[in-house]
Each structure stands twice: as C-alpha cells, then as structure tokens.
Design a protein around this ligand. Structure first.
Ligand SMILES: [Zn+2]
Ligand SMILES: [Zn+2]
Length: 433
C-alpha cells in the first residue's frame, strides 16, 4: 500500500491535512502564498502504484506527487498566482486601448489587496479577476472595478464587442412571432382552453426546426402551470419545477438526443472544490457517456437576499470557468433565476490571458394566465439563447489553463453589509433594490 499525504512543504515540521483545501488555506494564512484550485479531472489515487510501500506527498493544486518534501516545495511555489508576463505581440487592443495590459494591471492590484477584499458581496469583480475572469454586465458603472483600469466606457465597449462576437440573431421571424402572439391572445381572452393552446403551439412547432422550434416548445412547456389565480411569492422548488426546468429544457436540450437538461444533484468533476453543487445544468453526452457541460444555472425564490444572489453569481462564474478549462469549450452559458426574472451570461475566452463573463440578456417569465401576453416580450431573447447555446462546442485549439481561486477563500467571508456600503447589487440580474 502506498501512503499519500497532504502536507505543507513550507513548514519545517510535518503538518498534515485531511483535504487539499485545508492545505491551501494553511499555506495562504501561514506562508502568504495564494494557491489555485485543482482543475484536473484525473483522480490522484489512480496514478500512484498501489504496490509501492513508500510515503508520497501530493500537490494541493494538481496531480503531482513526490517522495521528497523539498521537491514538493519547489513545485508548489510554481502554482502561486502570478501576473502574466505581457507579450506585446499578442495583446488584445480595442480601439486604442490595450485591454490585456489593463487587465494585468487590475489583476495585479486585486492580487496585492486580496487579503482585505475577500468579501464576495462587495468584491465579486475582484475575486473573479483573480481567476482571470473579467465581468461584463449591461450596467457598466461598478464601484468595485477601479476606473483607472476599466472606466465604465471601456467596460461598455467590451460588453458590446463580446456580444458582437457571439453573432446572436436580432429577432425571431416576424411571422412566427405574430402566430405565437395570436395563439396566446386567444388563450388570454378565454377563446380556447389551455389544452387547445398547447395543441396549437405543438402543431406550430412541428412546422419549424432548430432554435425556432425550441422557442415555440418553450412557450408551450410553460402553459401547464398557468392559472388565473393570485399567485403568491414563488419559492425555489416551485420556480424550478414550474418555470425554469420546462423553459430551459425546451430551449436548450429538447429534441437533441445528446443533451440533457436537469436540476442537478452532482458536483461537476472539473476541479470544483466546493461541497455545494450548481442548481441546474445542461450536459452533453458522447457515445452515451457524459462528456461536458454547456450550461449552469442558479435559482433563488422571490424574496431571497442580495448577498446570496451575489454568491450564486460568483459561483456561476467559477463553475463556468472551471468547465471551459477542463472540457476545452468555446463557451459556457449560465443563467441566474431570481424569482421569474432570468438573466443569461456566457463565459468565453476572447484572449489567451483573459476570460470574460458577459451578460447576454434578461427575460421575465409570467406566473399567471392573466400576465401571459408579457411572454411575447421574451421571444426574441429566448431565440437568441437557443441559437447561441447550439454553437457551444469543443474548441479547436486548447484553452489557456489559467488558475482559479478556490471557493474556500471566499465562502467563509460571507456577511451582509449595511445597505449604503453595498456595491452595484442592482447590476446583478437587473435586480430592483
Ligand atoms: Zn506551513
Ligand atoms: Zn501541482
């Protein structure tokens, strides 16, 4: 039997740990070295010869294993977060701004102020920056992103630039739009029953294919839960069952044999070091085996706290980042449902040293029959999402393996702040405060 120990290579005595997460926390607190999460899929035990009767020391950040403590020390030092060196030949220039240089400056300032800026509710932008992820929201005026690196105008330009690169369609075919509107209107005016409405929508879907079909099926899937009643506050489970799951399944996975959309109960094997799983995911299978994930979702019922909404947003960014690296994808779609308001984001790699987490659009799904006509406003956006999700695939070139900040460093720091000191919380999913 081999013995694999998790030790601190920097302490003179032997300090052992039960988890790599605990080792990383110790190394940060005692030795001020910030280490990334392990983004490898292979299990360490499987690569060590179990017949060897020798003590091995494992690296807390990868699958490396050695019998020498000094070797481990040299190896672990290499993992520490560092500002990437700038190669002028491959910078991302937008108009006249060197975005790469700005981002490296921002990264460097986040890294040096990390110890004081670990509260996720105030510094989610900075924390994602340490994982080399730049957040680009529709609302560009954040207090927590220093304007010396990213003034609001630059953030707004970058947001536009990324959306342009996704080549999203601007709107749904006008004839299809009007047909859906006509069917919903008849239902709203009590001219046809719920069942007859569904039948008409399914007949319509039969005449379409691709993202257009997905949008019609998505509208149909919401109908069973539509009642002419006074709906109270919607809780997380009801939101998941009645709205989010039917909608997302129809939009992203229905009539696609290799894709499944589900409320999850598994933790992705992509380096996630947190015991909590995402609420929702869309997985792609290859040869009947789960291959990679193209979408993660987080849900909160109406009336949830802003801090938990920001934590969810942060987690989505990290789940997506880990997945895009581990599975080498062209992008990962994310959505955050806060009540029936659902905001979509995508994580992409526009430049080899910088990932972006970009807000795409927000839709609000009606809860009752009386409000059903408001669904019309969401059709163009649902079409965009269905179209974009179909483009996500394995990247032709390997994505850069940029280090990711472990969850453990931010989770313990959760606390709410007085309203006045809060950053642009409203920018998360257009939330009203
Ligand atoms: Zn130590
Ligand atoms: Zn390592």
């Amino acid at each position: 039997m081999s013995i694999i120990q998790k030790i601190c290579p920097f302490c003179t005595e032997f300090t052992t740990f039960t988890t790599h997460q605990m080792a990383r926390l110790h190394i940060f607190n005692k030795h001020s070295i910030l280490l990334p999460t392990n983004n490898c899929r292979t299990k360490l035990e499987s690569i060590i010869l179990v017949t060897q009767k020798i003590r091995h020391f494992s690296c807390p950040c990868c699958e490396y294993c050695t019998t020498s403590k000094d070797e481990l020390k040299l190896h672990v030092e290499e993992h520490g977060f560092k500002v990437p060196t700038l190669d002028n030949g491959s910078c991302w220039i937008l108009q006249t701004t060197n975005v790469t240089a700005k981002f490296h400056g921002y990264f460097s300032s986040c890294l040096s102020s990390f110890k004081n800026n670990m509260d996720v509710d105030r510094y989610f932008n900075n924390l994602l920056c340490i994982s080399s992820v730049l957040v680009l929201q529709k609302r560009a005026k954040y207090e927590s992103v220093p304007a010396e690196y990213f003034p609001p105008s630059l953030l707004a330009n970058l947001h536009r630039e990324i959306l342009k690169s996704l080549s999203l369609p601007s709107f749904l075919d006008p004839d299809l739009f009007m047909t859906i509107k006509g069917i919903l209107h008849m239902y709203h005016e009590n001219q046809i029953s719920n069942l007859a409405t569904r039948q008409r929508l399914i007949n319509l879907a039969m005449t379409k294919d691709g993202p257009e079909q997905s949008v019609v099926v998505a509208v149909e899937s919401l109908l069973p839960a539509m009642k002419d009643l006074d709906a109270g506050e919607i809780g997380e489970s009801e939101l998941a069952c009645s709205i989010v799951h039917p909608l997302i399944q129809s939009l992203l996975a229905y009539e696609m044999e290799e894709k499944t959309a589900k409320c999850t109960n598994t933790i992705p094997e992509n380096g996630t070091d947190v015991g909590r799983r995402p609420d929702y995911e869309v997985a792609v299978y290859e040869q009947y085996q789960l291959s990679f994930r193209t979408c993660f979702g987080e849900l909160k019922g109406e009336g949830s706290s802003d801090v938990s909404a920001i934590m969810d947003f942060y987690r989505l960014g990290v789940f997506a980042k880990l997945e895009i690296v581990a599975s080498n994808l062209t992008g990962v779609l994310c959505f955050q449902a806060l009540g029936t308001t659902i905001t979509f984001y995508t994580l992409t790699l526009p430049h080899p040293t910088l990932y972006t987490f970009t807000e795409i659009t927000t839709v609000t799904i009606p809860k009752t029959k009386n409000d059903i006509m408001s669904l019309i406003c969401a059709l163009d956006d649902l079409f965009k999402i269905a179209t974009y999700h179909r483009t996500i695939s394995k990247a032709s070139e390997a994505n850069t393996q940029l280090a990711t900040l472990p969850f453990a460093f931010v989770q313990g720091k959760r606390k709410s702040l007085p309203v006045k000191r809060r950053p642009s919380l409203g920018s998360i999913s257009n939330r009203k405060l």
